[in-house]
Design a protein around this ligand. Structure first.
Ligand code: ADP
Ligand code: MG
Length: 369
């Protein structure tokens, strides 16, 4: 799809600074990304990284100080919100309390001058799309959180925007509803072929709803790609730590560029890497306790030739998590934890054990040590 159709939303070099009394805050800095028709595009990042600002810039609620935004091939950089073909769904649903469900959904159309009868017809159709057909006469205060969410969704859909913008739409819902609404938004997106830019700070939510994720930090894009690319090939320590859990260790790549040493662990690298000090991000799941005769599965582990690398570790603490134990160990490369299945033999506190590492879940990050 991406090769044949032009992007529906094209953001190029967009920068926005807020001037506060004390200083200048750079909310977005030279942000570049493209969203293609029918795609779910996620902006992910910690609180304060510029996600809401980015959506407000796309919606025209803020004007960028540099760069260009195109929607459907049209330059909208200097246009106000009313002239942009987008709908934004906010963190709080912001339903009008003095209007009933139908009134809320019709509101945007009435403002745009659509005649009452046709606005009503379109609003009913949109309520049908979100599964609220029989509730059009209710007041917002008579609805559950999930229902309010759906009204907000119908209200965003009814104006038939080219791009739907969602700003953390699930953050006010409890865990069960969050999952339900997440799936619902995803189904609706697919059924109606909607193009969506979706903002969240929740990495698991992003991985569940998206085709493509952009990770932002301090107003900049750190990396973008599919959920899998971000998880398996993080380009830096921030991404490794943000997309799931990873602990950073200092390592040294030897002069041949093909071997690495991390404390007493030494293994051969798959591809030549920059020589010198590096950071190695290791996911807790990559560590494996080598109990008794498991050495026959040596090809799973990092090492040199047939010999896999192992690390001596002293067990400090066991924490029961239900499906696994979290085992905290102290080693010559520091203290860290790894998961251990809760059936079978468990290591004991104070015991000295050997740990090997699986290649999957280990990333050598070029750059600083
Ligand atoms: P996010 O949605 O990722 O949490 P925001 O886009 O809301 O982040 O904010 C990005 C940065 O811009 C933050 O440092 C925030 O404090 C700042 N900021 C946001 N809105 C304003 C504003 N109206 N005035 C000044 N600074 C702002
Ligand atoms: Mg925000």
């Amino acid at each position: 799809m991406q090769a044949t159709s032009p992007p529906l939303l094209d953001v190029r070099g967009v920068t926005l600074q807020y001037k506060t009394r004390q200083h200048l805050v750079t909310a977005t800095y030279r942000v570049d990304f493209q969203v293609y028709p029918g795609e779910r595009y996620i902006l992910l990042g910690p609180s304060g990284c510029g996600k809401t600002t980015m959506l407000r810039l796309i919606a025209g609620l803020e004007l960028s100080s540099s760069g260009r935004i195109e929607i459907g091939g049209r330059d909208v950089t200097k246009l106000g919100p009313a002239d942009r073909p987008v709908s934004m769904m906010f963190q709080s649903y912001a339903l009008f309390p003095h209007l009933n469900v139908l009134g809320n959904v019709m509101y945007g159309l009435r403002m745009a001058g659509v005649a009452t009868s046709s606005a009503k017809q379109r609003a009913m159709q949109s309520l049908d799309q979100v599964g609220l057909t029989s509730l059009e006469g209710r007041w917002p205060s008579e609805l559950s959180g999930g229902q309010q969410q759906r009204v907000a969704l119908a209200r965003a859909l009814v104006v038939e925007p080219a791009v739907l913008l969602f700003d953390e739409p699930l953050s006010n819902l409890d865990a069960r509803l969050r999952r339900e609404m997440r799936d619902e938004i995803r189904n609706l997106q697919q059924r109606l072929g909607l193009t969506v830019a979706y903002v969240t700070h929740d990495q698991s939510e992003a991985m569940a709803v998206s085709d493509h994720i952009v990770v932002m930090n301090h107003g900049r894009i750190e990396q973008h790609g599919t959920p899998r690319q971000l998880y398996e090939q993080p380009v830096n320590a921030f991404i490794a730590g943000f997309m799931g859990e990873a602990i950073l260790f200092s390592g040294v790549v030897e002069n041949d560029g093909l071997h690495i040493q991390v404390g007493s662990l030494r293994w051969a690298l798959e591809k030549p890497t920059v020589v010198g000090g590096v950071q190695v991000a290791i996911r807790p799941q990559a560590w494996k306790w080598i109990d008794q005769n498991q050495a026959d599965r040596a090809d799973e582990y990092l090492g040199i030739g047939q010999q896999f690398a192992s690390l001596t570790a002293k067990v400090c603490k066991l924490a029961y998590l239900g499906n696994a134990y979290e085992v905290t160990v102290s080693t010559d490369i520091g203290e860290f934890w790894f998961p251990c299945e809760s059936y079978g033999r468990l290591p004991q506190v104070g015991e000295m054990i050997q740990l090997a590492i699986r290649a999957h879940g280990v990333n050598v990050l070029a750059g600083k040590a």
